[in-house]
Design a protein around this ligand. Structure first.
Ligand code: 6PG
Length: 504
């Protein structure tokens, strides 16, 4: 049997992508180094296909995989990012991969690796990449897909990706979902669109993950304030999140947070979050985003703070020791009215901070895109994020509309809709942070977002003094407010009476 697609890597994501492809009528030659994983996907096919013919052929070698897939080969990889991608590519070539083949990397690959690999394999086969978001459920029933690479190959891949991607109602931006095997959603706008040349898709996915980190952290900040300042139970906090999920904060991450807070630990009967250790893990994509923002020169302080927050959380032993010597304020009990006020303020803080996080992430993509010559379409990227991915939220529809109004928008903060949204809410945002600070509760993302907003909205910042300091100790020169930009001056600071000199 000649299958439509060859698929390598049948871990959780790979297996689910294969079943998703099968639901959409594709036949798949499937390979994994682990025999059990091959058996697993064949079994799944048997369970789900009903009276249809098998849709998957299990392959035990790469030669078999190539023999069972139609030419020109379309091979999809779902293997861990990094070295494994190169190993599979080299082995595929040894197994007889032809030059007209396209190999698609769907891992969380570092975008620069994709750029290098694409060039490295040029002439031997075409490496194309598609970043996938949505976790295992997304992979199975509709992920968000960020494809990039050779534009001609996209023509070939587009029908496949558009079929299996998450779908949204084009008008409202709301996800159209089905979680029933064999009954996928076939209508609506797919969350898959060509991002740009090699590396662009993985870059956009990296920033998606940076936003994901900050989004998660700021929800945790709201949780901590409710828990430690308002003394609320997990059930109560879960109710607040569930209520917020009905409004402008509606999102997958708020929804699952509400769900998580209501779950009890079967062993102890306690809320499950109370038995989970407070040390966050990370695989690196948030860190990559923060590093890139520094390199590109697009400030993403909220995203960076969310990476720092994970790092601080993982220093458990040190924190436990420090907690015995370092003192902070003790929050005072709140009455019902104060509690309601605190919740309302937190809601607005979360909305405003979230906007700053997205503003930073999109600004980063804008600058990186300009530097790399990618010509990114931000309305299209926002559309992809509306469903399937981890950061999916009703809010993404407003972002889509902002970029549809103005594709050249300098920053989401200056879009007229968002200007109004912040104006309505910023007093609460400020009060919320002030209150947290007074009570000794860290809100690194809320606070970094507000500092970002307050710096961005100011025509004048104190960098004049900073320039003077630089010139004072290092003769680094400065520009004058009353002279044309690009003219640099230096002062002999030890002899201030001396004339300033124009140095370049
Ligand atoms: C997604 C997720 C996915 C993964 C993260 C987790 O979009 O589906 O972002 O890629 O869950 O990589 O990252 P951490 O382990 O670093 O939290």
């Amino acid at each position: 049997q000649q299958c439509d697609i060859g698929f390598i890597g049948l871990g959780v994501m790979g297996k689910n992508l294969v079943m998703n492809l099968a639901d959409h009528g594709y036949t798949i030659a499937a390979f994994d180094l682990d025999q059990d994983k091959i058996e697993g996907v064949l079994k799944q096919d048997e369970l789900e296909r009903g009276d249809k013919a098998p849709r998957i052929v299990g392959c035990h070698t790469l030669e078999e995989l190539l023999a069972h897939s139609a030419q020109p080969h379309l091979i999809i990889l779902s293997v861990p990012a990094g070295k494994p991608v190169d190993i599979v590519c080299e082995n595929l070539m040894k197994a007889g991969l032809k030059t007209d083949a396209v190999v698609v990397d769907t891992g969380n690959t570092l975008w620069t690796d994709t750029v290098e690999r694409t060039a490295k394999y040029e002439g031997q086969f075409t490496l194309f990449s598609t970043a996938v978001s949505g976790g295992e459920v997304g992979a199975r029933f509709g992920p968000a897909l960020m494809p990039s690479g050779d534009a001609e190959q996209w023509q070939r891949l587009a029908p496949v990706w558009e079929a299996i991607a998450a779908k949204v109602d084009a008008k409202t931006g709301k996800p159209l979902e089905s979680f029933v095997p064999g009954q996928p959603v076939t209508e609506g706008e797919p969350c898959a669109a060509y991002i740009g040349p090699a590396g662009a898709g993985h870059y956009v996915k990296m920033v998606h993950n940076g936003i994901e980190y900050a989004d998660m952290q700021q929800i945790c900040e709201a949780y901590q304030v409710m828990r430690d300042v308002a003394g609320m139970s997990c059930d109560e906090i879960g109710d607040v999140f569930a209520e917020w999920n009905q409004g402008p904060l509606n999102s997958y991450l708020i929804e699952i947070s509400a769900d998580i807070l209501k779950q009890k630990d079967p062993a102890t009967g306690k809320p499950v979050v109370d038995v989970i250790q407070d040390t966050a893990g990370q695989k690196g994509t948030g860190l990559w985003t923060a590093i890139s923002s520094l390199e590109v020169g697009s400030p993403n302080p909220s995203i960076a703070q969310s990476v720092f927050a994970r790092a601080l959380s993982s220093m458990k032993q040190e924190r436990v020791a420090a907690s015995k010597v370092l003192k902070g304020p003790q929050p005072e009990a709140l009455n019902e009215e104060q509690k309601a006020q605190l919740i309302a303020q937190l809601h607005d803080a979360l909305y405003c901070s979230k906007l700053c996080v997205y503003a930073q992430g999109f600004h980063l993509m804008k600058l990186a895109g300009e530097q790399q010559g990618w010509d990114l379409d931000f309305a299209s990227i926002a559309k992809i994020f509306r469903a399937g991915c981890i950061i999916r939220a009703i809010f993404l529809q407003s972002i889509t509309e902002a970029f549809e109004r103005n594709g050249e928008l300098a920053n989401l903060l200056v879009d007229p809709f968002f200007v109004e949204q912040i104006e309505e809410r910023q007093t609460n945002w400020r009060k919320s942070i002030a209150n947290a600070i007074i009570n000794g509760i860290p809100t690194p993302v809320f606070s970094a977002s507000l500092a970002y907003y307050d710096t961005y909205r100011n025509a004048v910042v104190p960098a004049n003094l900073l320039q003077a300091q630089r010139d004072f100790f290092g003769a680094h020169t400065f520009e004058r407010v009353d002279q044309p930009a690009g003219e640099f001056y230096h002062i002999e600071w030890s002899q201030p009476e001396r004339q300033q000199v124009r140095v370049k």
